[in-house]
Design a protein around this ligand. Sequence first.
Ligand SMILES: [Zn+2]
Length: 127
Amino acid sequence: MSEEEKAVLAKMASLLKSGATMLDKLCPYCSVPLFRLKSGEVVCPKCGQRFVIVSSDEEEVRARSALALRSLEQTVVERMELLRDELARASSPADVYEVGKAVMILLQILETAYRVKTLAESHPGKS
Ligand SMILES: [Zn+2]
């Protein structure tokens, strides 16, 4: 048995010990069984990739939307951090104006994403 296999087995054992359950689904990247954590999250013991397992198309759309929104929020936060640095370096009103404009665009993107989310929640099943 390779060191890598030993490490995966040790990881599986510790997952089981922490109350996780082994699923009959395999990680598409490593072909090892996935585990459902007590939190409900599904994780691969080898690559550490997290998965969302869904039982219907509607649930899949919902799960994908939630993941996309989270990723969008993360991107906006990262862009905002860059803009904060840019604002600190700004040396003219024109620079400040440009940064402010970029902040407003980012806020509009977030607002649109939240509106889409609200819309989807108020019309369940019609996605
Ligand atoms: Zn994997």
